[in-house]
Design a protein around this ligand. Structure first.
Ligand code: 6PG
Length: 468
């Protein structure tokens, strides 16, 4: 039998769709899943008549692959990846390649890369974004690992990736955990944008009394303009969806308690380690965390009060301001994500190409948007741009647009609508643009109680004062 071009382990919906995507691009794909039932269902269903080759034990799976073997893991991040690797290792030969396409923690990927390379294998941590549909139709793919071995996997990844006007949405990210790192920050940015959209929804419904149907229309129109993006597009669709049973907008029937699987939290944790400021992503995280305290919030709502103001009429000018504010918040979210990637690139020697990252994010992934075109251009103009906010094109725009965020945050304050991500956007903008921050006072306090010393603006050196 003709050996397979690639093998895929893990047939949950993402894995199954990726295997089908590979087969649709003419690759012969062996598949394996821990529970054989799933493999059988795929073989007798969607894989019928395709080049997908079902296998039912790992030995058979490995033996079915052309050498050097290329194996794509789509198993749950964490211990299951280590478990599969432990089972695979005795069956592999030097030079074989394993790719982990899950949302693995980049430090796990760094460790696994070392272990696998020490054993003579190539290992890639591959960020894959785009959800179920993306996996089937073309995801955005962020591979990291051995540069020398990348050509061995590049043709398959390029074939299955989403395509935009300037190429396939895949590029070699960097060594070790670079691919999973970029995917992690992508997810952090995804959290921030989703939080900004949710806050916008809250302002429109709470301050202006717009219902889901009217809001669907607003988001649909916004998606035709500068906010054009996957997340705005699906927001319009979500808001328009009517529950077939109750005939009410389904969104109104969904419990307001957000879940999370960890990538956003890792982004904030790593930003703290790097000393990088990503308040929009932090705000999105705590927005989800406080949402989880549903019972406490329900109780608090009977004890604590906020302003009670009647809904305002909304007109085109109001909607334009809110659109500008959301657009600005999203720019600031990307700015924070890019600044974090830049810092990580220096700290971890990833040598990331930020323009190329913006380019591949333009298709397939959850944060794809029209805005990534000028972001790509900004980092092309200056690959070591310290912050997107000071790019010549963005700075002029932001100087105009900031008023919209101030207006929305003011509304939130006056009406008691919590806007953590909008507030964070504004505080970040105002902190970053200020040549002078009040931490001279903090330095003095630190020196007062702990002799931590300070520097002066009028002479060089390090100083300590006996303050009393
Ligand atoms: C993607 C998504 C995907 C996943 C998120 C969801 O890029 O395709 O980011 O990886 O849906 O990790 O994350 P939470 O469950 O933490 O919201």
């Amino acid at each position: 039998m003709q050996p397979s071009d690639i093998g895929l382990i893990g047939l949950a919906v993402m894995g199954e769709n990726l295997a089908l995507n590979m087969a649709n691009h003419g690759f012969k794909v062996s598949v394996y899943n821990r529970t054989a039932e799933r493999t059988r269902t795929l073989a007798n269903g969607r894989a019928k008549g395709t080049t997908i080759q079902p296998t039912y034990d790992l030995k058979e799976f490995v033996a079915s692959l052309a050498k050097p073997r290329r194996i794509f893991l789509m198993v749950q991040a964490g211990a299951p990846v280590d478990s599969v690797l432990a089972q695979l290792r005795p069956l592999l030969e030097a030079g074989d390649i394993v790719m982990d396409g899950g949302n693995s923690y980049y430090k796990d990927t760094e460790r696994r890369t070392k272990e696998m390379e020490a054993a003579g294998f190539h290992y890639f941590g591959v960020g894959v974004s785009g959800g179920e549909a993306g996996a089937l139709e073309g995801p955005c793919i962020m591979p990291g690992g051995s540069r020398a071995a990348y050509p061995l996997i590049e043709p398959i990844l390029t074939a299955i990736a989403a395509k935009v006007s300037d190429g396939a949405c895949v590029a070699y990210m960097g060594p070790g955990g670079a691919g999973h790192y970029v995917k992690m920050v992508h997810n952090g940015c995804e959290y921030a944008i989703m939080q900004l959209i949710a806050e916008t929804y809250d302002v429109l419904r709470t301050a202006y009394g717009l219902g889901a149907v009217a809001l669907a229309d607003v988001f649909r129109r916004w998606n035709d303009g500068k906010l054009n993006s996957y997340l705005i597009e699906i927001t319009a669709k979500v808001l328009a969806f009517v529950d077939p049973e109750t005939k009410q907008p389904l969104v109104d029937l969904i419990l307001d308690r957000a879940g999370q699987k960890g990538t956003g939290k890792w982004t904030s944790q790593d930003a703290l380690d790097l000393g990088v400021t990503i308040p929009n992503i932090d705000a999105a995280l705590w927005g989800r965390n406080i949402s989880a305290l549903k019972d406490e919030r329900v109780h608090a709502s009977t004890v604590l009060t906020g302003p009670r103001l009647p809904a305002l009429p909304s007109d085109q000018a109001v909607l334009d301001t809110i659109e500008d504010a959301l657009y600005t918040g999203i720019i600031i979210s990307y700015a924070q994500a890019m600044a974090m990637l830049r810092a990580a690139s220096h700290e971890y020697s990833y040598d990331l190409n930020l323009s190329e990252i913006a380019r591949i994010w333009k298709g397939g992934c959850i944060i794809r948007s029209k805005l990534l075109d000028p972001i790509q251009a900004a980092f092309k103009r200056d690959p070591d741009l310290a912050n997107l906010l000071v790019d010549s094109e963005f700075s002029g725009n932001l100087n105009q647009l900031q008023a919209s965020v101030r207006s929305v945050v003011r509304q939130g304050i006056e009406r008691g609508i919590p806007l953590p991500a909008f507030g964070a956007s504004l505080a970040y903008f105002d902190s970053y643009r200020r040549a002078q921050l009040p931490v001279n006072l903090i330095q003095a306090q630190r020196d007062f109680f702990g002799a931590h010393t300070y520097q002066r603006i009028d002479r060089p050196g390090t100083f300590h004062t006996d303050w009393e």
